[in-house]
Design a protein around this ligand. Structure first.
Ligand code: ADE
Length: 422
């Protein structure tokens, strides 16, 4: 089977990892069992450009169980779990093009392999696959029934394409589903980012000034978890409403130029470029730790950090590079984690399976929805259908052993009526 992975001999370790994640993905298991029977993806090809993790492996298995011929490539050069990639090829018959640490050229050659699979459905985490098809393989657009997007940054890119009239296929904004962003972005990013920072540095979080750039769902989750570990949390924002929310949630809010002087640990989760630049590095304290958990490695300006540090840079520990910068207050050592790439997937294992269960069930069911409704879809960005969200949330509650109440007929009538007043 054609694939490009690090080492097939890692398969046994990868299989254990996939099975361990599977225990915590009960909603996806329900979808898999139904797909096995109903075969919604029979005779179809799917290309997935996602983080190659144990959780993604369980999604790929689920789509394959539904009849699809699935090919997986990496959505980030540093997040691939090579043992999982090996197991997918060896144990599950799924083609994988991904190697941890792959260079830019290899990364795009893997994306091209995913395109040359000639899929009807694609899944992206960051829109690289779909934008490469639009830019370099426009003739293939007519073969595509639709695409699904997993992350905030990808949805932003796709909405920009839609606005420009450049989008040529229907796309599902899976990221924008509540069953995705309220849980994965908040609890997943919150926990896995701290996990990545701690695994990389072994730092004590308690008592540290922990600076978070961005108060979207990821920032909110990270702030919550950092406070839970007794950090002094500082939030920086550009949006007055989010800044106000952070303040009323009890966090300190200030511009980055002020936070830069007092922060011990920095993490960017904005989805934007150049959030931390040389202007800020020059103000930082000796020993400051700098990281990013946004999708692309553009939030921390690593080039500027390297330029002001000159040759004074060394690899001091796995995922930690030391840069010595001549700062405002003398020489300061700045520790950059995972080269400014998403620290939760590079230095840790990404979000826990239990939360990816919801994101990937939403993905799988939304893919089925696209296939079923393909004749009536047009080239635009769609929200996930509410019935899919309710299904995923209900199954998750059930798997957690939690019951909820049901509206009485009287309550339904009351909510539908405008005649009741004070
Ligand atoms: N994104 C964040 N965490 C992830 C994980 N564990 N698997 C796939 N994609 C992810």
């Amino acid at each position: 089977m054609n694939s490009d992975i690090k080492d097939i001999k890692l398969a046994a370790a990868g299989k254990k990892r996939i099975e361990w994640a599977e225990r915590d993905m009960p909603v996806l298991a329900v979808a898999r069992t139904r797909f096995e029977k109903e075969q919604p993806f029979r005779n179809m090809k799917m290309s997935l450009c996602l983080h190659v993790t144990a959780e993604t492996a369980n999604l790929a298995r689920t789509l394959k169980a539904g009849g699809a011929d699935v090919l997986l490539c990496a959505s980030n050069p540093l997040s691939t779990q090579d043992d999982v990639a090996a197991s997918l090829v060896h144990d599950y018959g799924i083609r994988v093009y991904a190697k941890r640490g792959e260079g830019r050229e290899e990364f795009f050659s893997h994306i091209r392999a995913a395109i040359e699979h000639h899929p009807q459905i694609t899944m992206d985490d960051g829109a690289d696959l779909i934008s490469t098809i639009h830019n370099e393989y426009p003739a293939q657009l007519k073969e595509l029934w639709g695409s699904l997007e997993e992350t905030t940054t990808g949805v932003i890119r796709l909405r920009a394409m839609e606005k420009d009239g450049a989008l040529r296929i229907p796309v599902m904004a899976v990221n924008d589903a509540k069953t995705k962003n309220l849980f994965d972005n908040r609890y997943g990013t919150g926990q896995s980012t701290l996990d990545g920072i701690i695994r990389a540095t072994d730092a004590l979080i308690a008592g540290k000034n922990f600076v978070i750039a961005g108060y979207g769902w990821c920032g909110r989750g990270l702030a919550l978890r950092a406070r839970g570990m007794s950090a002094q949390v500082i939030v920086t924002e550009v949006d007055p409403i989010k800044a106000l929310e952070a303040a009323m949630d009890g966090f300190r809010v200030m511009p980055m130029v002020e936070a830069a002087r007092i922060g011990d640990i920095f993490c960017t989760v904005t989805g934007n470029i150049n959030v931390l630049t040389k202007e800020h590095f020059r103000l930082m304290k000796d020993g400051a730790v700098v990281s990013n958990s946004g999708h692309f490695d553009v939030e921390v300006n690593v080039k500027e950090l390297a330029a002001i540090a000159g040759s004074a840079r060394k690899d001091v520990r796995g995922f930690v590079d030391e840069y010595v910068v001549a700062g405002e207050n003398g020489e300061a050592r700045i520790y950059l984690l995972a080269e400014g790439r998403l620290v939760n997937l590079a230095a840790a294992e990404g979000h826990p399976a239990s939360v990816m269960d919801m994101s990937f069930s939403t993905q799988a069911l939304a893919a089925e929805w696209v296939v079923k409704n393909r004749e009536s879809l047009s080239p635009r960005v769609y929200d996930v259908a509410p019935e899919i969200e309710i299904n995923v949330a209900s199954l998750k509650l059930q798997s957690m052993g939690l019951g909820i109440d049901t509206l009485t007929e009287e309550q339904v009538a009351y909510l539908a009526s405008w005649r009741h007043g004070t």
